[in-house]
Design a protein around this ligand. Structure first.
Ligand code: DQA
Length: 142
């Protein structure tokens, strides 16, 4: 299967950014981990700090990507446009947050983009991505 793994603003700083919240591993560590854990699948990774670039990437890969895992970063709490773009995709999406957003500031409790996803995983760190991929893989065969 071809998966798109999308990361929003500031997530290229994983490993350096607030390690007490997000851990000490980098985005590249995550990519390597996923490729090793799921050798039979194809992954396209994309990170951007710009809402429009994330939306363009979704549009460009609308039919070629069969399932999406998205961590929109702060855009999860604000972007109606990203939520709309996810609804145009042919394949399903699962939203992942490394931290448990519900244990944090109240402005993080509202998840706009998650409303366009089949599910949302929050607070499980990198394991959240693994569970999301396993679920999407299983869904595709049901
Ligand atoms: C995050 C949670 C968001 O609230 C925050 O803005 C991020 C990271 C997470 O992975 O826990 O950038 O999406």
């Amino acid at each position: 299967m071809h998966f798109g793994i999308l990361h929003g603003p500031n997530l290229q700083w994983l490993g350096i950014r607030e390690p007490e919240i997000y851990g000490s591993k980098t985005l590249l560590d995550l990519e390597n981990e996923i490729r090793i854990a799921f050798p039979n699948h194809t992954f396209t990774f994309f990170q951007s700090n710009h809402e429009g670039e994330l939306i363009d990437f979704l549009h460009e890969n609308r039919t070629s990507v069969q399932a999406w895992v998205i961590n929109p970063g702060g855009l999860a709490h604000s972007s109606v446009a990203l939520a709309d773009a996810l609804r145009i995709m042919q394949g399903p999406a699962i939203e992942v947050h490394l931290s448990n957003v519900f244990q944090r500031e109240s402005f993080r409790h509202s998840l706009i983009t998650a409303s366009s996803c089949i599910g949302c995983i929050s607070g499980l760190g990198f394991a959240g991505y693994h569970f999301a991929i396993q679920t999407l893989e299983k869904n595709a065969h049901e």
